[in-house]
Design a protein around this ligand. Structure first.
Ligand code: DGL
Length: 275
């Protein structure tokens, strides 16, 4: 069981930021990553649809024998975390709690900004978790085009900067000193986001903090891979083109992704072939 892989998923390539942080912290662990590209983006979709797609992916990962599930997607974490924790015996880690904890320990002024998909921001989950703390004032804003840019492999163009200026204006106006990147795609746009927000605003992303949660869960449940474990990293996508996912992943995170396999999610996960 300890040498079984960790299952990580997102609607597309965003969760690769979390997978990368997990493999940096836990280099002996094997990983199976699924990008649910057949249903990406999740952000604008009704929450019930995101819940169904997400549970189908998690069922597929469990059928593949993972020892832990990581929901490396804020929209899916907001939609299905409770269902997932009830449904599976393996531990389930998500990305919202770690980002909230980091934002609380980072802010000095108490003015915190949150950006995310429409699904995440309209769920109110970040606002609720942060505002439990009465010293915090939260300004939240959905940035739907950011995911489209990343999924198109566009991270540094002048168009990204212009859209960032528009989306982030209310956050600058509110004088936030800490900005939560509440979508795992957004770290790929960190250059534009930090340029617009300026050097005094701390950006919080969930990748490294989520990796620490994964570490903590593995240690406390005695699930760490053994010292002789030979790690494998398997990348899967649910859309039509493994090549497209591979090209995009390679452009965004480099040579860590060497091949992508297509899978069907649904009643059961059925491998479709290897690219
Ligand atoms: N990366 C995801 C998130 O953290 C989903 C983006 C999307 O599919 O819209 O919310």
């Amino acid at each position: 069981m300890n040498d079984a892989p960790i299952g990580i998923f997102d609607s597309g390539v965003g969760g690769l930021t979390v997978a990368r942080a997990v493999s940096q912290l836990l280099p002996r662990e094997s990983i199976v990553y699924i990008g649910d590209t057949a249903h990406s983006p999740y952000g604008p979709k009704p929450i019930a649809d995101v819940r169904r797609y997400g549970l189908d992916v998690l069922d597929t990962l469990v059928a593949e024998g993972v020892k832990m599930l990581v929901i490396a997607c804020n929209t899916a974490s907001a939609a299905l975390l409770r269902d997932a924790r009830e449904r599976y015996e393996v531990p389930v880690v998500e990305v919202i709690g770690p980002a909230v904890r980091t934002a609380i320990s980072t802010t000095r002024s108490g003015r915190v900004g949150v950006i995310g998909t429409e699904g995440t921001i309209s769920s109110g989950v970040y606002q609720d978790m942060l505002e439990v703390n009465p010293q915090l004032t939260v300004t939240a804003r959905a940035c739907p085009r950011f995911v489209d840019f990343v999924e198109a492999g566009v991270t540094g163009s002048s168009e990204v900067l212009a859209v960032a200026e528009e989306y982030l204006a209310p956050l600058r106006h509110a004088g936030v000193d800490t900005l939560v990147l509440g979508c795992t795609h957004y770290p790929f746009l960190e250059g534009a986001i930090s340029y617009v927000m300026g050097p005094d605003v701390s950006l919080v992303s969930s990748d490294t903090e989520t990796a620490k949660d994964v570490y903590h869960q593995l240690v406390s449940r005695d699930l760490l891979a053994g010292p002789d474990a030979v790690p494998t990293h398997v990348y899967e996508a649910t859309g039509d083109s493994a090549d497209e996912f591979l090209r995009l992943a390679d452009r965004l995170i480099g040579r860590g992704v060497s091949s992508v396999r297509l899978v069907h999610t649904g009643a059961i996960g059925i491998p479709k072939g290897i690219a």
